[in-house]
Ligand binder design. Sequence first.
Ligand SMILES: Cc1cc2nc3c(=O)[nH]c(=O)nc-3n(C[C@H](O)[C@H](O)[C@H](O)COP(=O)(O)OP(=O)(O)OC[C@H]3O[C@@H](n4cnc5c(N)ncnc54)[C@H](O)[C@@H]3O)c2cc1C
Length: 418
Amino acid sequence: MTGKVIVVGAGIVGAVTALNLANAGWNVVLCDGHPPGSEAGASYGNGGWISPASIVPMSMPGLWRRIPGFLLDRNGPLTIDWMSLPRLAPWLVRFLWAGASKSRVRRTAKRLNWLLHDGPERHLKLAQQTGQEHLILQKGLLYAYPDRAAFEAEALSWELRRENGVAYVEWNEAALRQSLPALGPGYRFAVHVVEGAHCRDTGRYVAGIVEAARLKGVRFRQSAATAILDAVAPRVVLGDGETLSAEHIVVAAGIHSGRLLQRLGVRIPMESERGYHVTVASGETPFEIPVMPSTGRMANTPTDMGLRLSGQVELATVEKPPNWERAEVLQRHALASYPYLSADKAPDLRLWMGHRPSTPDGLPVIGPLSRYPRLIAAFGHGHIGIAAAPKTADLVLDALENRICDDARPFLPNRFGQ
Ligand SMILES: Cc1cc2nc3c(=O)[nH]c(=O)nc-3n(C[C@H](O)[C@H](O)[C@H](O)COP(=O)(O)OP(=O)(O)OC[C@H]3O[C@@H](n4cnc5c(N)ncnc54)[C@H](O)[C@@H]3O)c2cc1C
């Protein structure tokens, strides 16, 4: 059975979902207040990693002991804004609880693996289908460490990856120098996640997917949803005053999804893990494999715009203005990691801040709402929204066509009582 669906939000999740639904014969309207792929969405400025290794939850055993440090350290990869703490506290407690034991993180990793294991393959197909093969490359992804001991200090993370069949190869110093001479001498050990892929321009990729969706009949409305209603028929009130109705509404508005659903009394715990990027737009990037140096915890991705340094987790409310000191931290790490960058005395730097829509249990929210089964959630992807988008789009289609397999159940909104 097919009918009309409105997809709210044209980030990576909404864009791929709209295309997928149109391919399956649904009549789709996609709406967003901004042009697809614009700077407004997290999908614009992320690291572009499509990593089967991104199954390690952010909340791991013992993290709670480091919270005082996160509150005090202005330069660490994870910070918590003091002023936002009262608002974030309930989310933070649930977040820490989700990673309180090995058995909990093992369960989360297994679920994320189900979502991510074939992400690269799915994106390669999607890129081909949308005529964007040049944007998705599969050269693997590199996790670089000062030495083997630093790698071994993350034993649990790599154990989870091994248990879930993530393929990786260890590189000693000689292999690292040979394959990545641009990386500074501070790194002497690395792990190559062989099947990892990356996107060279995530904003353009999203725009290209929406373009392909339009060719398949999807109607794009550049107008934000001001309200979602579910009396009589599901309806979306647009900012331009029009009200659209449909058989189903897919809510894919990233961090703003929670606010849109609140009006219906639906409360999903989701907060922003704000992240930043600095793109060094001047000069060539002298390497092709994206790197994550362990000391800076940032994804360094060669893109069409230059070397993109993306990372930082800043727990703060959505409304707070960006703290560009966080971007300077990324830049300092980059200068320490890649000596060639210091030769450019006046680099052309582009800065950006975006919101990772994060749930406390580290899993996205995908599927029908219990009280409003015609409303389908597709948000809360935190750090993995690019990688997980194609699989999410399939799960949304399954939900619309009343097929929810057992592996998809942990992602349903009913785990939050919604
Ligand atoms: C610094 C950083 C690095 C990251 N690196 C990676 C990475 O390497 N790999 C990875 O997989 N993920 C990464 N992520 C996470 C990833 O970017 C997100 O999970 C993903 O982009 C979320 O996609 P989305 O479509 O749900 O949300 P968004 O991209 O935020 O899109 C939501 C869309 O909804 C629209 N919208 C909002 N309100 C409304 C409304 N009322 N009506 C209509 N439309 C609305 C917005 O304009 C926006 O276009 C990173 C994130 C950050 C911040």
